[in-house]
Design a protein around this ligand. Structure first.
Ligand code: 2P0
Length: 325
């Protein structure tokens, strides 16, 4: 039995957002979501199980992590230990490959890579769909990082069928320009933000209804490779999600002044005939969905307002895979 494995998982950006849980223990979402896996941003994680270890340990970018971070990882690995019926402790070493200053810490690639490595290291042989239900228990968005291209996280009816489904390899002139916007105030964590929104925002039920339609529409756009429609639905869905937060009590927003600068730049490009569409997550960064062949032109326009190190061009990425020495 192999007792160690190293797996790479890429992060993903939701085009139809996950915002709110119907079950906080099992990370079951209120609505299905759909994302694009990104080529440039990923996590490599090595997991070793060994009888010689008396406790789990966790190293991130070469630094030993404290008790709180390690406990989070331990709790997640417990899911795999239960499945394998083993008490073996693990050493986890993760390297986050995120371009400098991107400000895009990602639990999606982290938990997908850890899930993939734990699965292989324990010889569990979980198929990707089942594996995605495990990744989900670490972080909702990690469910989708198991696969590459466009991926749906089907909300399902219970823990066993709330999993990721590959939709399309996105290999049709699709790109994304990430605008890393400086953050001034400390953000509300996505976990707390979504909970507050579900519990207090009067806009929330409308969001859930609207997201149901958006996911059907975006899948139709993907099926016909209709980029304009894909972009329109993406931008509108993200705006609706951010709208729910303005209705929460107390209200909150992740937007910074520079987020608006990036949005206006994308809108101006659109008026000039370059199709590009924005989406934002639980932070001030703006992601511009575009034709990969036009990404450099879009970057040029953004360079009028942002420095080079804040702009990252990426294309769709692959699903998780084992790294062999
Ligand atoms: C998404 N976000 O679909 C949405 C859009 C942020 C905005 O998934 O509580 O870290 O670990 O399940 O996955 C960020 O939330 O939250 C997120 P948990 P997660 O990508």
């Amino acid at each position: 039995m192999p007792n160690q494995a190293c797996v790479r998982a890429h992060t993903n950006i939701a085009l139809i957002k996950y915002w709110g849980k119907r079950d906080e223990t099992y990370f079951l979402p209120m609505n299905s979501s759909l994302s694009m896996t990104l080529d440039k941003l990923y996590t490599d994680t090595m997991v070793v199980f060994d009888e010689a270890f008396s406790q789990d340990s966790f190293y991130l970018n070469g630094e030993k992590q404290g008790e709180k971070e390690t406990q989070k990882i331990s709790k997640f690995i417990d899911l795999f230990r239960e499945e394998k019926k083993t008490a073996l402790r693990a050493r986890v070493e993760s390297i986050n490959h995120v371009p400098t200053a991107a400000g895009l810490a990602s639990s999606a690639s982290a938990f997908a890579a850890l899930a993939g490595a734990a699965n292989l290291a324990l010889g569990l042989d979980l198929d990707p769909q089942r594996l995605s239900t495990f990744a989900r228990r670490g972080s909702g968005s990690a469910t989708r990082s198991i696969y590459g291209g466009f991926v749906e996280w089907d909300m399902g009816t219970c823990s066993d069928d709330s999993f990721a489904v590959p939709v399309d390899d996105a290999n049709w002139d699709i790109g994304m320009v990430i605008v890393a916007v400086n953050q001034k105030a400390k953000e509300v964590s996505s976990r707390i933000g979504m909970k507050r929104t579900v519990e207090t925002s009067p806009f929330y039920p409308a969001w859930v209804e609207s997201a149901k339609k958006d996911i059907l529409d975006i899948k139709a756009a993907i099926a016909t490779k209709d980029f304009i429609r894909l972009g329109e639905i993406t931008e509108a869905n993200g705006m609706k999600m951010h709208g729910t937060m303005l209705g929460a009590e107390p209200p909150f927003s992740y937007w910074e002044p520079d987020s608006i600068v990036a949005i206006k730049t994308a809108q101006a490009l659109r008026k000039q005939g370059i199709p590009c569409y924005v989406t934002m997550d639980a932070g001030p960064n703006v992601k511009v969905l575009c034709r990969l062949s036009q990404a450099e032109t879009i970057k040029e326009a953004l360079l009028e307002h942002f420095t080079e190190d804040k702009l990252i061009i990426t294309k769709p990425g692959k699903g998780i895979r084992e790294l062999t020495a």
